[in-house]
Design a protein around this ligand. Structure first.
Ligand code: SAM
Length: 537
């Protein structure tokens, strides 16, 4: 995963992605309209894509090639948004150096150098990739190599993502198309990669989620309300040799009547007043209303058993429990797992998104806009804004809904965790009765640890408690008392839970029924969090 845009990190996601590719260029990648919302002529890189792809591969403008040219320190510096070290590293870099300076560093390169690297620049100016700058050429778009963990590194696997330039001026455009940012990576890392027939990428933007989806989905449809986003997604897909269908329109409208096994979406999720300053960020609806509406509509495009995975934000309103707020939006007939990854106060929310848009929050115009935003928050008694992942699965069974916090660092990508969550929910549903659970054999997951902790006491450290925790994935941690620790020690995949509890009842001199009643809810939680794993009889 290389050279992501440097902004939009913590608050917008901090996972490492994993998973997913596909190939071939499909004319259906091309969007229909010829003009953007602001009347600018839309870029159209699709006709030039085969030639560009060949040039990129020939000169090594790939994830591995750029990394090798820059070296780790300059590469890391560039990822942090510091171009100078990378510029130095490219000086003797031949055509690859020219491409890095032109497309990643925002430099103007002499016409002869551009011609040597990319061929005749004229058509590339016409296509919207380059612009004439004095005697040379500069990039009018951001085109960067991209890869996932599943890529073999071979030419067939090479991807490039096309987005708007990440300059403060370009970021001010209402229809600015962002590149791969923290939120994009967070969703890519959380997406389940089970092979499916059809995936919808709602709000495809630069097309990054569609690239990932193409690894595991036979067909991919990307939709977006913004023609400019679709034009750049088409460029991404064509350059990357990935086949997908692109459709223009708001929310689920372009796919009305169609069904998908998987929906992924990093929608414009930033709660604020009902207006659109930036189409990638603002839904146009008040607060978190758009997320609520989208959740309600999702079952209409999910096939039976189909899964939707979204990023989203929700308001924390004075006097209201945020889980109740999100629960109230969930459609019937769906399992749901809502994971809150971060909560910030309104001032932090506004400041974060102003900086993300390239604004200086101290500038008078930004202050005025921040004031309006904070007035809006105050009027709605907003105390905080939560951000996180939402997973929905259409089911005919009694739905399972879990809304929980998962703040802080992760021990691995959420994708396998989401996949496992669905299986675990199915297993728990099949073992809903106490007798079924007592008859099951469980084992601690291999990454489980028992942590005992102590606090300062009158005679040195005084044992204060214990917790069982996972060292991988979400790093779930559960406090346990001594009988529970003893029970877990016995969960080695040998004896059914009921027999272990009978032994424990005898050893600790506690009535069996009381022990069962006290233990089973916790066991269900531990299974759901992957600390206890069912063992086939
Ligand atoms: C945060 S960007 C996500 C881009 C990309 N999918 C990613 O993961 O990086 C949100 C995208 O949603 C699009 N969008 C905004 N409002 C929309 C709407 N009402 N319906 C569909 N797409 C919308 C924007 O144009 C933008 O491309």
């Amino acid at each position: 995963m290389l050279l992501t845009h440097h902004q939009r990190d913590e608050y917008l996601g901090r996972d490492e992605p994993g998973g997913g590719a596909g190939r071939t260029t499909d004319p259906s990648c091309r969007p229909g309209p010829a003009g953007g919302e602001d009347g600018r002529v839309l870029p159209d890189l699709v006709p030039a894509a085969p030639g560009l792809r060949t040039a990129f591969l020939t000169h090594g403008y790939t994830v591995d090639g750029v990394r090798a040219l820059l070296g780790r320190a300059a590469h890391d510096a560039l990822t942090r948004g510091e171009p100078e070290a990378a510029d130095r590293a490219t000086r003797d870099g031949g055509e690859l150096g020219v491409l890095v300076r032109l497309l990643l560093l925002g430099a103007t390169e002499p016409a002869a150098a551009v011609r040597a690297a990319l061929g005749d620049p004229g058509p590339l100016v016409g296509a919207g990739l380059l612009r004439v700058a004095g005697d040379g050429f500069a990039a009018a778009l951001d085109v960067r190599p991209y890869a996932d963990d599943a890529g073999s590194g071979a030419a067939d696997d090479a991807w490039w993502v096309v987005s708007d330039l990440d300059t403060p001026a370009a970021r001010q455009d209402r229809d600015h198309v962002t590149g791969v940012g923290g939120a994009s990576l967070s969703l890519a890392a959380a997406a389940i990669r089970r092979p499916v027939d059809a995936t919808l990428d709602l709000g495809t933007g630069c097309g990054v989620q569609a690239l990932h989806a193409s690894r595991h989905s036979r067909t991919v449809v990307g939709t977006d309300v913004a023609p400019r986003a679709l034009a750049l997604a088409a460029a991404t897909l064509a350059l990357s040799g990935v086949r997908a269908e692109l459709r223009e329109g708001p929310w689920l409208q372009p796919v009305a009547g169609r069904r998908f096994a998987h929906v992924v979406s990093n929608p414009p999720f930033v709660p604020g007043p009902a207006r659109v300053d930036y189409v990638y960020r603002d839904s146009g609806a008040d607060g978190d209303d758009a997320l609520a509406a989208l959740l309600g509509d999702l079952p209409g495009v999910l096939e039976a058993g189909g899964v939707a995975q979204l990023l989203g934000s929700w308001l924390h309103v004075r006097g209201e429990d945020w889980p109740d707020r999100v629960r109230s939006w969930l459609p019937p007939g769906c399992d749901a797992w809502i994971l809150q990854r971060e909560v910030v106060d309104p001032a932090m929310h506004v400041g974060t998104w102003q900086r993300d848009a390239g604004l200086d929050p101290a500038a008078p115009s930004a202050r005025a806009r921040a004031g309006e935003w904070l007035d809006w928050a105050e009027a709605r008694a907003v105390e905080g804004v939560g951000f996180g992942h939402l997973l929905l699965r259409r089911t005919d069974a009694e739905p399972v809904v879990v809304v929980e916090d998962l703040v802080g660092e992760l021990g691995g990508p959420l994708g396998p965790e989401a996949d496992g969550w669905l299986d675990r929910v199915d297993w728990l549903r099949a073992h809903a009765g106490d007798d079924a659970l007592l008859g099951a054999t469980l084992a601690l997951t291999a990454s489980a640890t028992l942590e005992r902790y102590a606090v300062p006491g009158e005679e040195g450290w005084a044992e204060a408690g214990a917790a069982v925790a996972r060292r991988d994935g979400p790093l779930w941690r559960h406090e346990v008392d001594e009988p529970a620790a003893a029970l877990l020690a016995g969960c080695r995949g040998e004896l059914p839970l009921g027999e272990l509890l009978a032994l424990l009842s005898f050893a600790h001199d506690r009535p069996y029924d009381a022990l069962v009643a006290a233990t089973l809810p916790a066991v269900r939680e531990l299974v759901r969090h992957g600390l206890l794993v069912p063992v086939a009889p």
